[in-house]
Design a protein around this ligand. Structure first.
Ligand code: NAD
Length: 300
C-alpha cells in the first residue's frame, strides 16, 4: 500500500532531535523523501554539530527510505535558501516545509537580557520567515511555469506558551504568537498557488521540556512521546489536507484540537473623551470571555 506522503519531498527543520526527528521518521515511513535539517546546537542554541541530523538520515536509510542531512542555521537568510535548493537538487522538487527548529532561553521579564530576547526571536521568527520565503518563491515560480496549483505545504511550530501565555517566556511566547499570526497571513497569500500554511502547537517530552512540569513519570513518558504529535504533521504534509489552511492544531498525547483564533468580543460606541470610558469598559468586561489558560480552557 502506498504511504500517505508517497513521493513527496519534505524538509524538516530541527529534525535531528525531539519532535522534528519523529516528523522525519514518520514522513519517511509514509513514503516521503526527507531533508533532515539540524544545526545541532545546545538547548539554548549555542554551538553546531551535524551529528543529530546525520543519525536521523541513517535511521531513515536503514528502513529503506531516502534522506539527506542539512546543517543550516534556519535563521540565516542564505543558509535557508541553500536548504531549499538542496531539497530540489537532491530530490528534484520540494512539496513540504516543516518549520520546527527552536530553542529556549526562559527568564522573567525583569531579568531577561537583550541577548536572550534576540536569540529566541531570531531562531523562531526569522527561522520561520526565511525558509518560508524561499520555499514560497520556489512554489510561485513553479506555479507560474506550469499554470497549476503546486500542492505545497508549510507547517509552522507555535506553542500554547504563546497562544495562551506562560510565565517566564515573554521572548518565546512572543515569537510563538508571532508565528501564529504569520501562519494566518501567509495562508491567505499563498492559497492562490495551491500552498497551505498551518501551525502545530505541540506537547512532548523532549530536552526542551524535560526539566519543566515535575518528575518524569511513566505516564509523562507515555503521553510525552512525540509519536502523538507527528501524525497531524504528516497528514498536513500530505495531499489529503489541501482544504485545510491558516489553522492552528494543538497536538500531544493528551490533546488533538484546533485552537481557534481571536474573535471580536463585546463592542461599544466609540467616544472621544477618555473620562467616559470607565463604565463603558466595565460593561464590556462584564460580557467578555476571559482569556484561556495554558490548557486552552481554564480561565485565568
Ligand atoms: P529539541 O531541542 O529536542 O529539538 C529542536 C531542534 O532544533 C534541535 O535538534 C536543535 O538543534 C534544532 N535547532 C535549534 N536552532 C536551530 C537553528 N537555528 N537551525 C536549525 N536547527 C536548529 O526540541 P523539541 O521539543 O523537539 O522542539 C521542537 C519545536 O517544538 C520547537 O519549535 C519548540 O519550540 C516547539 N515546542 C515544543 C514543545 C514541547 O512540549 N516539546 C511545546 C511547544 C512547542
Amino acid at each position: 500500500m502506498a504511504g500517505l506522503c508517497e513521493g513527496r519531498v519534505a524538509i524538516v527543520t530541527g529534525g535531528g532531535r525531539g519532535i522534528g526527528r519523529e516528523y522525519c521518521l514518520m514522513l519517511a515511513e509514509e513514503g516521503a523523501k526527507v531533508v533532515v535539517n539540524d544545526l545541532g546546537g545546545a538547548r539554548d542554541g549555542v554551538g553546531a554539530d551535524l551529528g543529530p541530523a546525520d543519525e536521523v538520515v541513517n535511521e531513515i536509510k536503514a528502513m529503506g527510505g531516502e534522506a539527506v542531512a542539512n546543517g543550516a542555521d534556519v535563521s540565516d537568510w542564505d543558509q535557508a535558501k541553500g536548504m531549499i535548493d538542496q531539497a530540489v537538487q537532491a530530490f528534484g522538487k520540494l512539496d513540504v516545509l516543516i518549520n520546527n527548529a527552536g530553542i529556549l532561553r526562559d527568564r522573567m521579564l525583569v531579568n531577561m537580557t537583550e541577548a536572550e530576547w534576540d536569540a529566541v526571536i531570531k531562531v523562531h521568527l526569522k527561522g520561520t520567515f526565511a525558509p518560508a520565503h524561499h520555499a514560497a518563491a520556489y512554489w510561485r515560480d513553479r506555479n507560474k511555469a506550469t499554470g497549476e496549483l503546486v500542492g505545497g505545504r508549510i507547517i509552522n511550530t507555535s506553542s500554547v506558551s504563546g497562544i495562551y501565555g506562560n510565565i517566564g517566556q515573554t521572548n518565546y511566547g512572543a515569537a510563538k504568537m508571532g508565528i501564529a499570526g504569520f501562519t494566518i497571513i501567509a495562508a491567505r497569500e499563498l492559497r492562490r498557488y495551491g500552498v497551505t500554511v498551518n501551525a502545530i502547537a505541540p506537547g512532548a517530552l523532549t530536552r526542551l521540556t524535560e526539566d519543566l512540569g515535575g518528575p518524569i513519570t511513566e505516564e509523562r513518558k507515555r503521553s510525552g512521546d512525540p509519536k502523538w504529535v507527528a501524525p497531524i504533521a504528516v497528514w498536513l504534509a500530505s495531499e489529503e489536507s489541501a482544504e485545510v489552511t491558516g489553522r492552528m492544531f494543538e497536538a500531544s498525547g493528551g490533546t488533538l484540537a484546533i485552537a481557534e483564533g481571536w474573535h471580536r468580543g463585546p463592542t461599544a460606541e466609540p467616544v472621544q473623551d477618555p473620562n467616559l470610558l470607565g463604565p463603558i469598559v466595565a460593561e464590556m468586561m462584564s460580557k467578555a470571555r476571559k482569556n484561556a489558560g495554558m490548557n486552552g480552557q481554564d480561565l485565568d
